[in-house]
Design a protein around this ligand. Structure first.
Ligand SMILES: [Zn+2]
Length: 245
């Protein structure tokens, strides 16, 4: 909720737009009137379509209008994931979002972006955070990312990948923790998710998973403290995070 200001009433327009009077012969007049009528009919069609769209938007279960490249988190850069790795939804209206799932990529930032663009991968998260703190968003939070290996957990969560390997503690940088914490704080604020270990979980904690990420070196106490701190601080744009490639 809250990313589309759609409660505005449709703008009123006069039904008969003023037309310039033709200044020359009958055939020219006929031509102008004919053109005007066609234009008016076109305008009416557009208005009707517009009105219908707005009405539909208010019906639960009808998907909201989207703009290509639209972000849920302003400090991210948009890179679209392949549609093979997520499915269209209308969250939080159709599925309530009450979990953030933390992953570690087991590869580079670039390789994570690449596999999420591959329709055959059949998995992706909403966001990837780099070791330098940059954030890309690849799937809208409205939609269900195939990230947890469990349908119910996919439907209820926002997933965040972190660049690195689970057995390399040095991969988990300060810049990454801090940037990710700001992102998680903003997700929690959007959906009223409590900032605790019941609601911010690792992939390893999803029932039935055989994944171990984010691994034993992920510092949960530090991370939750950073998320709480970010949630308490006024939102500040992070210009360095804009430089994602
Ligand atoms: Zn994972």
């Amino acid at each position: 909720m809250g990313n589309n200001g759609s409660t505005r009433a449709p703008r009123k327009r006069s039904r008969t737009p003023s037309r310039k009077k033709p200044t020359s012969g009958v055939s020219r007049r006929a031509l102008l009137i004919g053109g005007g009528a066609a234009a008016a009919a076109g305008t009416a069609a557009v208005l009707t379509r517009d009105r219908l769209k707005r009405l539909w938007w208010q019906v639960p279960g009808i998907e909201k209008p989207r703009k290509p490249g639209e972000l849920d988190y302003a400090a991210a850069t948009w890179v679209a994931a392949s549609e093979g790795n997520w499915r269209r939804a209308d969250r939080p209206d159709d599925f309530r979002i009450d979990r953030v799932i933390i992953h570690v990529t087991q590869g580079s930032f670039a390789s994570a972006v690449k596999v999420f663009q591959d329709p055959a991968h059949r998995a992706a998260t909403h966001y990837i955070v780099g070791q330098d703190g940059r954030v890309v968003q690849m799937i809208r939070e409205l939609d269900v990312a195939y990230q947890a290996g469990d349908r119910a957990y996919n439907e209820r969560s926002v997933g965040i990948e972190h660049e690195g390997f689970v057995d390399r503690p040095k991969d988990l940088t300060k810049a990454m923790y801090e940037s990710s914490a700001r992102l998680t704080a903003s997700v929690c604020a959007r959906y009223d998710i409590p900032i605790d270990r019941e609601h911010i979980i690792g992939h390893v904690e999803v029932p039935g998973t055989d994944h171990t990420d984010p691994g034993p070196h992920w510092d949960w106490d530090r991370y939750l403290e950073l998320v709480r701190r970010a949630a308490a601080a006024p939102p500040s744009p992070t210009p360095s995070a804009k430089a994602a490639g």
